[in-house]
Design a binder for this molecule. Structure first.
Ligand code: SF4
Length: 355
């Protein structure tokens, strides 16, 4: 099953409550209102990774009534739509934009920060691609374009390459192209040799993938990432910190180590955004910082990503670090090591000059 064409796997996705109830012990009447509000799609590959109800793969894929009971009020707390000069193009920082080119995904993740849009037929306004490219063309400050969605790899090869990547690469001030995707994790069969051969032409092109649990690093995912890496495409990972999925130092450390082994550099761990319908996945910031403390020094620095919060209201992403500086005394700081010793460090040469 795992080596079948991606189009066939996608077509066999579970999208209805009846189909889900035939496979798993879930009640139709609890699933129906959830998927009425937030659509469900679970392709057979990702479904095959579920070992038991409630496991980390299940939690990311199976609709949960908690999505409707959430008290978080806002569907778009990051003000993405308010910061879109044209529909589907978020221009928050001076030199880069996020370009939402698809509203479709191979899995509709229950924790998605754009669950207000993904899988909904009216999410992509007509003319989004053309208007977005025109805006980028007319805005010389933009040097970095991030294709996101939905998942850009749910588009056909021809549409992604001919209608989006080629015109963008033809804009002189666009230096960097990035694709944000879950495909190598959720439907790795989509990363075909033919697609990768065509993507190679767009360097510098970076791909950031969302892997959230070590069980997602399968032979198929490994092969998809190897194809991309062999083509010279740098790969990063943006993991989302999720309660019941990866909110443990042991799980997170193993995930980061396994990512590095398949040539995917851990880039960010995201604190869950304050998105309506995802409150049951949120951990405290304290838990996130504890996980960062358990990574730094306990495994290779290349396995340690940045822990980011995306501030509400469009404030942007800010990195958070555990407190390593315990005390500052004029020329000396007292700094905590990874194994909890305190070491004094001279922070300037002032004292030495006086002596
Ligand atoms: S693949 Fe990404 S955009 Fe699609 S549902 Fe999952 S998190 Fe959201």
């Amino acid at each position: 099953m795992n080596d079948r064409p991606w189009q066939d796997l996608l077509a066999e996705s579970v999208t209805s409550a009846d189909e889900l109830c035939r496979r798993f012990p879930v009640a139709r009447k609890t699933v129906l209102p959830v998927i009425d509000q937030y659509p469900m799609r679970i392709n057979p590959y990702f479904l095959s990774l579920i070992r038991e109800p409630g496991d980390p793969i299940w939690r990311q894929a199976i609709p949960d009534p908690a999505e409707l009971e959430d008290t978080l009020p806002e569907a778009d707390p990051l003000a993405e739509e308010a910061q879109s000069p044209v529909p589907g193009l978020i221009h928050r920082y001076p030199d880069r934009v996020v370009f939402l080119v698809s509203s479709q995904c191979a899995l509709f993740c229950r924790h998605c920060m754009r669950k207000r849009q993904v899988g909904k037929s009216n999410a992509m306004k007509p003319g989004t691609v053309d208007n977005g490219i025109a805006y980028i063309q007319e805005t010389p400050a933009i040097r970095d374009v991030i294709l996101s969605g939905g998942d850009p790899f749910l588009l056909s090869d021809d549409h992604l390459i001919e209608d989006i990547l080629k015109p963008l690469r033809g804009i002189p001030h666009v230096e960097i192209l990035r694709i944000h995707t879950r495909i190598p994790c959720t439907l790795p069969q989509r990363i075909t040799e033919a697609l990768v051969r065509r993507l190679k032409a767009f360097a510098p092109l970076y791909i950031n993938i969302q892997f959230n649990h070590p069980a997602e690093i399968t032979p198929n995912a490994t092969q998809a990432c190897a194809r991309l890496a062999d083509a010279g495409i740098p790969l990063g990972c943006q993991t989302v910190l999720l309660k019941g999925v990866n909110d443990s130092p042991v799980v997170m450390r193993r995930l980061m180590q396994k990512l590095l082994a398949i040539r995917v550099r851990p880039y960010y761990i995201h604190q869950g955004d304050l998105v309506k319908g995802t409150g049951h996945f949120r951990t405290s910031v304290r838990e996130g910082l504890d996980i960062m403390s358990a990574l730094r020094g306990h495994t290779s620095g290349m396995c340690v990503p940045q822990y980011m919060i995306d501030l509400p209201g469009g404030g942007g992403k800010i990195p958070l670090l555990p407190e390593y500086v315990i005390e500052k005394r004029h020329n000396e700081w007292y700094i905590q090591t990874f194994d909890n010793r305190i070491v004094a460090y001279p922070v300037s040469n002032e004292g030495r000059r006086r002596n």
